[in-house]
Design a protein around this ligand. Structure first.
Ligand SMILES: [Zn+2]
Length: 107
């Protein structure tokens, strides 16, 4: 088992897990129980992280994640700051991932 991606936002880690799993790569999500939606633990050791079950899948899994991150940056515009809680959301989010408030439309 090998860690591919680590981030304090569980929604981001689990999203990448879905992408990697969709490519047929078996994965495991670690530390997901430690953060529950809104609580952010400022210790990287405890961040949710995505692992591939087979080390040989590491490169393929990382390429999927890397391509997705590059795509996000080019397609979704700047991050949106939630007007209610101040959390930073990806530019394509319609609702704040943290408090579910509608985000301002940047168009
Ligand atoms: Zn919010």
């Amino acid at each position: 088992m090998k860690e591919v991606f680590r981030h304090h936002e569980l929604i981001r880690v689990s999203h990448f897990r879905d992408l990697v799993e969709a490519a047929g790569i078996p994965t495991m999500l670690r530390n997901e129980h430690l953060v529950h939606g809104v609580i952010e633990i400022p210790i990287p050791e405890f961040y949710p992280n995505l692992c591939v079950m087979n080390d040989a899948d590491y490169e393929a899994a990382w390429k999927i994640i890397d391509a997705h991150i590059a795509n996000e940056k080019s397609d979704h515009g700047p991050d949106l700051i939630c007007p209610k809680c101040g959390e930073k959301n990806p530019g394509n989010f319609a609702e704040c991932f943290s408090c579910q408030s509608p985000l301002g439309d940047s168009d």
